[in-house]
Design a binder for this molecule. Structure first.
Ligand SMILES: [Zn+2]
Length: 177
């Protein structure tokens, strides 16, 4: 953001008071008299779905990602939408599946993208029909998921590991045949 959305003046880097009022932080801010707009650049919430489908886990490759890079289905919330509704809408839009939220898996800070992931465990039914943002999907067993090379996707890797070690184990889901 380079211009003030309130008065259209150019924004400048400025030291503004931090939330704790101690040191302050440097942010783009409007210096026009009487305006006071600050572009705080707060993290954006993103919903993520770890999808259980027909006893497997669905991994998806984003249409912009290289071959072999798979992750969870994610998406932004719409205005006036709860995280639970958003995650189920994304599952429907991207995979054509009807889902129910089994559990909330936690918040994961994604500093590089200035996002906070709200991770949900979703159980889905129906026929997979991939949407425009997805290039391909893989259905993997719990064992395959344990060994899945997420590579640079550290957040996905941590989230999946957490699910395998806690939620999944407690609920006894996805038992190996
Ligand atoms: Zn302004």
């Amino acid at each position: 953001m380079n211009f003030c959305p309130e008065c259209a003046s150019a924004l400048q880097l400025k030291r503004v008071d931090g939330v704790d009022g101690v040191d302050g932080v440097e942010r783009k801010a409007c210096v026009a008299p009487g305006c006071g707009f600050v572009h705080w650049d707060n993290p954006v919430p993103v919903v993520a779905a770890l999808i259980e489908y027909q006893g497997k886990i669905v991994l998806a490759r984003n249409a912009h990602w290289p071959e072999g890079m798979f992750s969870l289905v994610t998406g932004y919330l719409e205005r006036n939408e709860t995280a639970k509704h958003a995650v189920l809408r994304e599952v429907k839009e991207e995979l054509g599946l009807d889902g129910t939220v089994r559990d909330f898996l936690g918040c994961y800070s994604f500093f590089e993208k200035n996002q906070i992931l709200l991770a949900h465990w979703v159980v889905a039914t129906g026929e997979i029909t991939i949407g425009s943002e997805i290039a391909e999907v893989r259905l993997v067993s719990r064992d395959e998921l344990k060994r899945w090379p997420f590579g640079p996707l550290a957040i996905t890797s941590a989230l999946v590991k957490h699910w395998l070690e806690t939620a999944c184990g407690e609920a006894g889901a996805l038992k190996n045949p």
